[in-house]
Design a protein around this ligand. Sequence first.
Ligand code: FES
Length: 100
Amino acid sequence: MQKQREMPYVAHVFVCTNDRGGEKKSCADNNSQLTKDKLKQAVDEKGWKGKVRISTSGCMGLCGNGSHVMIYPQKVWFSGVLPDDVDEIVSAIERILEDD
Ligand code: FES
């Protein structure tokens, strides 16, 4: 029998890495895998493991202006993200942790 439990993280960050191979626009066009890798590295360096989780997401349905990064349960959503934008996302996570 399944059990319901509280979310174990303060913030769960989803990075869409869906790749349509150039046939249609997709988040991978903006190197979202590198964005995810950089976010994971930042979480490790900041010592946020256990509080912040970085996960890969499939398509979120807004492929035209990707890549997309969502932070839940805070409902923060970044669009048009490039790997160089990671510092801004890390700052947003930092503010979330400060408010927790
Ligand atoms: S490919 Fe990322 S939202 Fe569709």
